[in-house]
Ligand binder design. Structure first.
Ligand SMILES: Cc1ncc(COP(=O)(O)O)c(C=O)c1O
Length: 399
């Protein structure tokens, strides 16, 4: 007999867990329910805007399925994919052994595995502000704390190295470096990268190098951070999601640097990976096809992005009160809107959404101060659509 009707209690960690990029969709649905068409500029998914997965990758997955590769794989991934990742790093100048590579369910799983393997409850991780919000979400889940370090929009969104140094405590374990960066589109010069490595070395931190946009810089590929120092404690990750136009496949990889100091981390990551069995099997065959095969789509994609970035910066900077640093990679821009006293970035973004149906994400969802008025635009829509959207944004902002 059922007598108790109180709701099942959920874990407190969920209260701490936020992911603004998708959380804000609930607001968009309410606006849609009123009959307004919503233009979703919140999620960085090129396939939603007409960019197409290269056919040889689709064929690699289909063939793997037809050939019967539909069972579990080794938890670290199939040998051919691990070898392809190792060979790709080696081609880029970072000698990498396949046994230090894991095939993951996207970069996202690499982030979760690395943080879970290395950071204990109550410890701290240096995370850029603004950041890709999965870092803070995972830290909330594992009971650890982000220590935000400033990246400076008046200096091309480069990290504030002194702020990093001053934010380090005995509890700090890792330094997250997202380069090229989401949400700012920044690329860090070698001297900045070198200084980040020096700081990590000095304080015994591991660098978590998020390199998912490494092939999407408008002026050509950005080398892995580990190229500057192959013995630095760097764990690097990337995926097929962005530069290979297959975000739904959840196919990615991580490479643990060759320094023996990382051996315990590698063992811990492999141990955790055993528990989730494997990443999607057939998609691992596409990792082989992607890294060993034709990449000519990347050149075309980068040129499309370069044009949209220029359009975005030009149009947004024309809006009184708005300023936008030019991105140099990927498909995001992080403009700043001068807000009236007492107003927040969320107020601006929700006002824009309700008045125009344009959905962007407030900067505080990426860790910036709500009063600073930052928001993130995904500029994957066609130039014509973007121009119309920026016209509406201007009209709303001037009204
Ligand atoms: C910086 C950064 N890291 C990781 C991810 C997650 O990518 P994946 O689809 O490979 O899990 C994203 C997705 O937008 C991202 O922007």
């Amino acid at each position: 007999m059922r007598t108790v009707l109180t709701p099942i209690r959920t874990a407190q960690r969920v209260d701490r867990f936020t992911y603004a990029i998708r959380n804000i969709v609930a607001e968009a649905r309410k606006v849609e329910a009123t009959g307004t068409t919503v233009r979703y500029l919140n999620i960085g998914d090129p396939n939603q805007f007409g960019f197409v997965t290269p056919p040889h990758l689709v064929e690699a997955v289909a063939k793997a399925m037809r050939d019967g590769h539909n069972g579990y794989t080794a938890s670290v991934g199939i040998a051919a994919a691990r070898e392809a990742v190792a060979a790709d790093f080696t081609r880029r100048g970072v000698r990498t052994a396949a046994d230090r590579v894991l095939i993951t369910s996207g970069t996202s799983e690499g982030i979760e595995l690395a943080l879970t393997a290395i950071v204990d409850e109550g410890e701290e991780v240096l995370v850029p502000s603004p950041t890709y919000p999965l870092y803070t979400a995972v830290l909330a889940k594992i009971g650890a704390t982000p220590a935000y370090y400033r990246t400076d929009h008046t200096n091309g969104w480069l990290p504030d190295l002194d702020h990093i140094r001053h934010s380090i405590t005995p509890k700090t374990r890792a330094l997250v470096v997202i380069d090229p960066n989401n949400p700012t589109g920044a690329i860090y010069p070698d001297d900045t990268r070198r200084a980040l490595i020096d700081i990590a070395e000095e304080h015994g931190l591991v660098i978590l190098a998020d390199e998912v946009y490494g092939d999407l810089a408008y002026d050509g590929e950005v080398p892995p951070m580990a190229l500057l120092d192959q013995d630095a404690p760097i764990i690097s990750y990337s995926s097929l999601s962005k530069a290979y136009l297959a975000p739904g496949w959840r196919a990615g990889w991580m490479a643990v640097g060759r320094s023996p100091r990382l051996d315990p981390a590698l063992a811990a990551i492999k141990k955790l990976a055993d528990g989730r069995l494997c990443s999607p099997g057939p998609m691992q065959y596409a990792v082989v096809a992607a890294l060993n095969g034709d990449r000519s789509h990347q050149h075309r994609f980068r040129e499309e992005l370069r044009g949209r970035a220029a359009l975005t910066v030009e149009r947004l900077n024309r809006i009184p009160g708005m300023s936008c640093v030019a991105p140099r990679a990927a498909f995001y821009a992080m403009p700043k809107m001068a807000l009236p006293a007492g107003k927040t970035d969320r107020d601006y973004v929700l006002g824009l959404l309700r008045a125009t149906g344009i959905l962007v994400v407030y900067g505080s969802g990426f860790g910036t101060d709500p009063a600073d008025g930052f928001f993130r635009v995904v500029f994957l829509a066609s130039p014509g659509e973007l121009a119309a959207i920026y016209d509406e944004m201007a009209a709303y902002t001037l009204a």
